[in-house]
Write a protein that binds this ligand. Structure first.
Ligand SMILES: Cc1cc2nc3c(=O)[nH]c(=O)nc-3n(C[C@H](O)[C@H](O)[C@H](O)COP(=O)(O)OP(=O)(O)OC[C@H]3O[C@@H](n4cnc5c(N)ncnc54)[C@H](O)[C@@H]3O)c2cc1C
Length: 488
């Protein structure tokens, strides 16, 4: 994702390295949200990803008696991006769509089957050493970004430690292809049964996932056997199911203490890991990519290095809020003490009866610090993407305006944007491009009591107010050595 975003409409050259030659074969992510679909849309692969995805149904937590403790109605709400709120998907299909994009991109060189081994930092570059089938390779790069997963060698190479949430639970994960006579649930389920906490969720079309928490003493080599798996699936009335993939994982909550050291950065699981109960680990990594891509591009076009300091200070609070939500959900599900489970059931059923439960999981917090114009309305929130029917087909704002930053307003008279490291597309509300969306955007500006909005390339709002002031603040934030909001 990062390689694809970095090279979108820029001449940057990216080398993407993976020690494996194929996409990861074992079951992992099954859910992503609308913001991630918006990134696939930006890269032009939404339709291809949709072949491996479907809109997520409701998400229910039930107790061992089948009573509903918590229910999130994901289907009934359209998101800020215009897409369904959430999707269930088959990760290898999505990853192949991304790889296909890279192999057709002349600015990305894919070096597969090579392992990153070590690095040395220089003032103006990083020297990285790889080991491959033909021996060692050396790379000199402006930046190295370690998206090398939970056991990141790049993280080790820069000596960064992890901060732990002390969550550590072993689970068996089974991906299946149900046959025609199987009757699998139509909603996503967490079965909060203290005897055997269980997850049962949809995946991409024609696929279904089960996850079973392991009991003390159950060994990986035993639980991966067909007999054990078939016995767990027996109550689900799906005898003709094909077991596609299986794995045992320990679910953790971890955050790297430092996400950047000089010209070396961390993203994805290398920077943070979370249990899967909120379906957000991969989403968090892809948000990292979206946050980093435009900043790294801007740096190579003359922005000040302090721009990169806004990466961790923007992303970490978002990631921590998501980890805390996932751990909260995990603790609800993973309760194995029958007394504690009974108490949990009483509390949650009472809260539900009183109508105290939100209809959807809490949204992650808006960016509170970083490259935003703090104090202006909607700064740090995800800008909406209106969809509109035009000439018989649906048009979407991002497709019309493209991947630069945007200045949208009633009055767009502004300072000089020509020398700005981050290109800005200026569009007054009466511009023909905005015709299908003008009333929605006008309404949005009215809600913010603002004349104009400046939207960053990752679609987060930089700030609202008057066009001229927005543009000069955006320019200053990219070039000032000591910008007010990049004090980390
Ligand atoms: C059971 C389970 C369910 C999950 N469900 C969800 C979900 O529904 N939604 C969600 O958003 N997330 C989910 N996640 C989390 C998600 O799978 C991960 O957060 C995500 O895949 C991490 O992506 P990554 O690119 O950061 O790391 P990885 O996918 O681990 O990729 C790291 C890559 O780096 C390569 N690499 C490692 N070391 C080196 C080296 N030294 N040199 C070269 N290459 C190297 C590896 O080969 C690998 O390809 C789930 C995870 C699990 C385990």
């Amino acid at each position: 994702m990062l390689a694809a975003l970095l090279t979108q409409r820029t001449s940057l050259r990216v080398i993407a390295i993976d020690r494996d030659t194929q996409v990861y074969p074992l079951p992992r992510a099954a859910h992503f949200d609308h913001e991630i679909m918006r990134l696939f849309q930006q890269l032009g692969i939404a339709d291809e990803v949709l072949r491996h995805a479907r809109a997520a149904p409701a998400y229910e937590f039930r107790n061992s008696k089948g009573e509903t403790l918590l229910r999130y109605d994901l289907e009934s709400r359209t998101s800020r991006s215009g897409w369904p709120q959430s999707f269930m998907f088959h990760q290898p299909g999505m990853e192949r769509a991304l790889r296909g994009l890279l192999s057709a991109n002349p600015n990305v060189e894919l070096r597969l089957g090579r392992s990153f081994v070590s690095l040395a930092e220089r003032d103006d570059a990083v020297l990285a050493r790889l080991e491959g089938p033909n021996g060692n390779e050396n790379i000199r790069a402006s930046f190295v970004i370690g998206c090398d997963g939970a056991s990141s060698s790049v993280r080790d190479a820069i000596g960064v430690e992890l901060d732990s949430y002390d969550f550590d639970e072993p689970w068996l994960v089974i991906d299946t292809i149900p046959g025609p006579s199987s009757r699998v649930p139509r909603v996503n389920l967490q079965i909060c049964d203290p005897e055997r906490p269980t997850t049962c969720v949809l995946m991409g079309p024609g696929r279904h996932r089960w996850e079973f928490m392991l009991r003390p003493g159950e060994r990986t080599e035993d639980v991966l056997k067909d007999d054990f798996i078939r016995a767990r699936l027996a109550p689900w009335d799906c005898a003709d199911i094909e077991i596609d993939r299986r794995a045992v994982y320990r679910f953790h909550g971890l955050v790297a203490k430092q996400w950047r050291r000089g010209r070396v950065l961390l993203a994805g699981d290398a920077a943070h890991q979370m249990p899967p109960f909120a379906g957000q680990g991969m989403c968090a990594g892809l948000r990292d990519a979206a946050n980093l891509a435009w900043k790294v591009s801007a740096l190579l076009r003359g922005a000040d290095e302090t721009l990169l300091d806004t990466y961790q200070c923007e992303r970490e609070p978002h990631v921590r809020a998501t980890i805390e939500l996932a751990i909260y959900m995990g603790r609800v599900v993973c309760t194995t003490d029958p007394k504690a489970a009974a108490e949990r059931d009483r509390t949650m059923l009472a809260a539900r009866a009183r109508g105290e439960v939100q209809p959807s999981p809490p949204a992650p917090p808006p960016l509170a610090r970083g490259l935003i114009l703090e104090g202006t309305s909607a700064a740090g929130t995800l800008f909406p993407q209106p969809w509109s029917p035009a000439s018989g087909q649906i048009v979407k704002l991002d497709d019309v305006l493209g991947s630069d930053a945007w200045l949208i307003g009633r009055d767009c008279e502004c300072a000089d944007i020509s020398t700005m490291p981050v290109p800005v597309r200026v569009r007054p509300l009466d511009h023909p491009d905005l015709e299908p969306f003008a009333s929605t955007l006008d309404e949005w500006l009215a809600t913010q009591s603002s004349n104009a909005v400046l939207v960053r390339p990752d679609r987060y709002v930089f700030g609202t107010g008057h066009a001229k002031a927005l543009v000069s603040a955006f320019g200053a934030a990219q070039t000032a050595k000591e910008s007010a909001s990049s004090d980390r």
